[in-house]
Design a protein around this ligand. Structure first.
Ligand code: FSO
Ligand code: SF4
Length: 547
């Protein structure tokens, strides 16, 4: 295996024997083979699109395959093998449709578009070294291809959540296929790949806008909410991940059963949506960011549902009460199947399981405040603008992204504690858990940490910035008193970063370490063109940001 897609890549270079995340060598290689096969499917689906005979089932296979290879999403060998089979079958079905319609290009196809073996031989193909990251020899080309691929993985995850709510944008699907194919194209120059990287950011903005529309039109606009972080004395289910459709169906199916529901990690922002707040048995948020799940799942006592990534290989003591759904998976966890014919998923097994288990053990009490997505912040716009004009707020820090288990992430807590009291943090994603429980106070009633929501709600932060640019009649988003100090971990943060670059944001600090997949030359392009830099000490960085 060779994997360097996340912030924890071994030695800052890449995982080669087993992932720091726990991904095994066999699964890592199968995941690479899955991505490879999706490129072959993209070849034919692009032709089918042009001929007007493409089918939505192919889009679903591509989104799910990309999503399942995101860090900590799916560790299940058999599930990945089944997805490869599904991709081959879909690839060949689309090809057949083209043949039948007389629209199939006659040319010599790349191996990704034609390979096939019995399932028992997938591993040999996967282990051959021909399909993974290192199959591209030139380190700069490899770096750009992987940067694009990781952006696409994040994009696919967000597109899948939107699609689950019935929101589809075929231009995004078309781009994903085009970009996947470009990663096989040896004729593209480094400059062309850089341009494609920026275009990936453009579609990153589009997909986050689409998901924002899907979430807010389905469940209302997030509103300022005090979220309970304590517990009640009833059995309960803990739901983690980003999928709000799963959230909706779980709340509806648990109503009146005597089983409570709590959110974990990235599902916390579900507490801000009007459509979910109406449920009395939706108690609040339990615990912190994903990497604390071992202790927190232990003390939660009840079953846990993963709707997306950020699974940590579990302790034996609670393994039997973990469920996955959607693109997530782990060998030995129970998997709740997808919706069939538009009917809701069936969560009855997990609900019955909860009834047999004790209520959660209290680990915290009190509340935290959130719900500052664009609509809510716009409702407070006058107050915010006045505070900036009067000098009560001197600077905003966008601190979106991910949390993780590295000790060096203490930086973000220190940073939040050290920045001047007349500054405000705008956050989104699980990065927030590094400072959302600190007593940072408020400025004239505006909390000093404004949580917009999940990592995809970084879109809200961009909308807010663009609105402020308009209000203050500025020409450039970088003239605003906003600095960007982004924490990353996995590939959703990559698409968020590319989206910010596409919007023209400069001088972003990215930490706690720069991606292993950036070659020195590609890193130089990012530094020279966009002013991206790594973090230093808190004190040095504050001086750099505030001058
Ligand atoms: Fe966090 Fe995990 Fe949202 Fe990521 S829970 S780390 S960026 O999956 O997706 O912020
Ligand atoms: Fe290593 Fe991250 Fe890849 Fe896991 S996802 S194998 S930790 S680089």
């Amino acid at each position: 295996m060779f994997c360097y897609q996340c912030q924890e890549a071994a030695g800052g270079k890449g995982c080669t024997k087993i992932g720091v995340c726990g991904k095994t060598d066999d699964v890592a290689n199968l995941q690479d083979l899955l991505i490879y096969t999706l490129k072959g499917l993209s070849e034919f689906n692009q032709q089918a699109r042009k001929a007007g005979i493409n089918k939505p089932e192919a889009d679903a296979v591509i989104l799910d395959g990309l999503f399942a290879t995101i860090t900590n999403a799916n560790f299940d060998h058999n599930a990945i093998a089944a997805k490869i089979t599904g991709a081959i079958q879909m690839r060949d079905a689309v090809k057949k449709d083209l043949e039948t319609a007389g629209k199939l290009d006659s040319k010599v196809y790349h191996d990704s578009a034609v390979w096939t073996t019995p399932e028992s031989a997938y591993q040999t193909k996967a282990d051959s070294g021909m399909v993974g990251v290192l199959a591209t020899e030139n380190e700069d080309v490899r770096s750009l291809r992987e940067l694009i691929t990781y952006g696409l993985k994040g994009m696919a995850a967000y597109a899948e959540h939107a699609a689950n709510l019935g929101f589809i944008d075929s231009e995004i699907y078309d781009f994903i296929e085009r970009a996947l194919l470009a990663t096989l194209d040896d004729t593209l120059s480094a400059d062309e790949l850089v341009a494609l990287t920026l275009e990936t950011g453009k579609y990153g903005v589009n997909v986050m806008a689409l998901l924002d529309k899907a979430n807010t039109s389905s469940y209302g606009n997030p509103e300022i909410t005090e979220v309970n972080i304590g517990v009640r004395n009833k059995p309960a289910i803990l739901i983690s991940g980003h999928d709000l459709k799963d959230m909706e169906e779980l709340l509806a199916q648990t109503e009146g059963t005597g089983v409570d529901v709590y959110t974990h990690s990235e599902m916390l922002p579900a507490n801000y949506y009007p459509a979910f707040k109406k449920y009395d048995h939706f108690v609040g948020n339990y615990g912190n960011a994903w990497w604390k799940q071992k202790e927190e799942f232990e003390s939660f006592n009840g079953p846990v549902l993963f709707t997306t990534n950020c699974i940590v290989p579990p302790a034996a003591s609670y393994k039997d009460r973990i469920y996955t759904t959607g693109s997530a998976g782990f060998d030995g966890f129970k998997h709740i199947p997808n919706r069939v014919d538009g009917k809701a998923k069936d969560f009855s097994e997990i609900i019955e399981h909860a009834k047999r288990l004790p209520a959660p053990t209290e680990i915290e009490t009190g509340t935290i405040v959130g719900g500052f997505a664009h609509n809510q912040v716009m409702a407070l716009a006058d107050k915010v603008v006045d505070a900036v004009k009067s000098g009560a707020i001197k600077q905003f820090f966008v601190m979106a992204g991910c949390d993780g288990r590295m000790k060096s992430r203490d930086y973000y807590t220190d940073f939040a504690n050290t920045i001047p009291k007349d500054t405000v943090i705008l956050t989104a994603g699980c990065a927030k858990y590094r400072y959302n429980k600190l007593p940072l106070g408020d400025i004239g009633g505006i909390p000093r940490v404004l949580d917009a929501g999940q990592c995809n709600d970084s879109y809200s932060l961009a909308v807010i910035a663009l609105k402020l640019k308009e209000v203050f009649e500025l020409n450039d988003i970088n003239e605003l008193p906003i600095s960007y100090n982004i924490a990353w971990y996995e590939q959703k943060a990559v698409i968020v970063l590319l989206a910010l670059l596409y919007l023209g944001v400069k001088n972003i600090k990215l930490g706690p370490t720069l991606p292993a997949f950036l070659s020195p030359n590609v890193a130089n392009v990012l530094v020279n063109t966009f002013g991206i830099s790594g973090i230093n000490t808190v004190e040095e960085d504050i001086v750099e940001f505030l001058g």
